[in-house]
Design a protein around this ligand. Structure first.
Ligand code: ZN
Length: 236
C-alpha cells in the first residue's frame, strides 16, 4: 500500500478498529472504540509522538457501542468536534441497538453471547455531534483530500471516508474476521447494503479499511462482494 499518499493508521481502542487519518492540521480520528478507549488512545498517541490536541475531528462511521461508547472520554481528551450521520442520532443506536435488522442466524447467536459479556454501562451513551452529515461532506477544511459518503445498510446512517488517492475507511459495511466472507454479521437492510456495495464499486477504491479485521484489497472486495451482491438483491 506504499503507493497511497494519504497516511491511514489502524488503532485498536477496544472492540473494533479505529483509524488515524493524517491531515495538514494534524489528525482525524475515525471511530472511538468502547469505554476505556481514551486511556488506550493516550498510550498509542504517545508512542506515535502525537499530542491529543492534534486530533482535529472525530468521525463516527456509525453509532454501535463498539465504535462509539468510548466517545465521551475521547472527546474530553482531545476537545475535538464529532461528526456522524443524521440517521444515527437519537435512535436505539445510541443504546447500541438496531431498531430493525435482517441479520443472519450467526449474528443472533453472537449477540446472545455479547449480551452476557457486555459490561454494564457500555450502552446508553449520548453522541450529541457538532457536525451532522447527510449525503456527503468534504474534509478539505480539515486539510485532507477526502470526503465522507453515506453508505447505509449495516445501519441506516453508516458512513465511509474515501480519500482522493482511493482509500476507503468503511466502518462495518465490510468485515474481515471470517475466512471467505466480508459480509457484516449485523445488517439493518440487505437491499440497502447491496446498493452501498454498488456505490463502493463505482468509487473503485484500491483498499478498504473495515471496522473489524485487516484491510481488504480491491481484488478481494470484487471477488467476495460482487458475488454476495447478486445474492442479496436478485431483483435489481
Ligand atoms: Zn456496527
Amino acid at each position: 500500500m506504499n503507493e497511497f499518499i494519504t497516511k491511514i493508521k489502524k488503532l485498536s481502542l477496544g472492540g473494533s478498529n479505529s483509524y488515524l487519518l493524517e491531515c495538514a492540521q494534524g489528525y482525524i480520528l475515525i471511530d472511538a472504540g468502547m469505554k476505556g478507549a481514551a486511556a488506550r488512545l493516550s498510550v498509542k498517541l504517545k508512542r506515535l509522538g502525537v499530542e491529543p490536541c492534534e486530533i482535529k475531528l472525530i468521525i463516527l462511521t456509525h453509532g454501535h457501542y463498539d465504535h462509539a461508547a468510548g466517545l465521551s472520554e475521547i472527546r474530553e481528551l482531545t476537545k475535538a468536534p464529532v461528526a456522524i450521520h443524521r440517521n444515527e442520532i437519537g435512535t436505539d443506536l445510541e443504546r447500541g441497538l438496531n431498531d430493525k435488522n435482517e441479520s443472519t442466524f450467526l449474528y443472533r447467536f453472537i449477540v446472545g453471547i455479547f449480551k452476557k459479556i457486555t459490561p454494564e454501562g457500555e450502552s446508553g451513551y449520548i453522541i450529541n455531534p457538532e457536525i451532522i452529515i447527510d449525503d456527503e461532506l468534504g474534509l478539505e477544511d480539515f486539510g485532507v483530500d477526502a470526503r465522507i459518503i453515506h453508505t447505509p445498510g449495516h445501519t441506516p446512517g453508516s458512513i465511509s471516508i474515501i480519500t482522493g488517492d482511493g482509500q476507503c475507511v468503511c466502518g462495518d459495511s465490510l468485515f474481515n474476521i471470517f475466512p471467505g466472507s466480508h459480509y457484516p454479521i449485523i445488517v439493518y437492510d440487505r437491499k440497502v447494503l447491496a446498493k452501498t456495495y454498488s456505490r463502493f464499486e463505482a468509487e473503485d477504491c484500491g483498499v478498504y479499511y473495515p471496522g473489524h479485521g485487516d484491510p481488504i484489497s480491491k481484488r478481494m472486495f470484487i471477488k467476495r462482494i460482487a458475488t454476495k451482491k447478486r445474492f442479496m438483491s436478485p431483483n435489481e
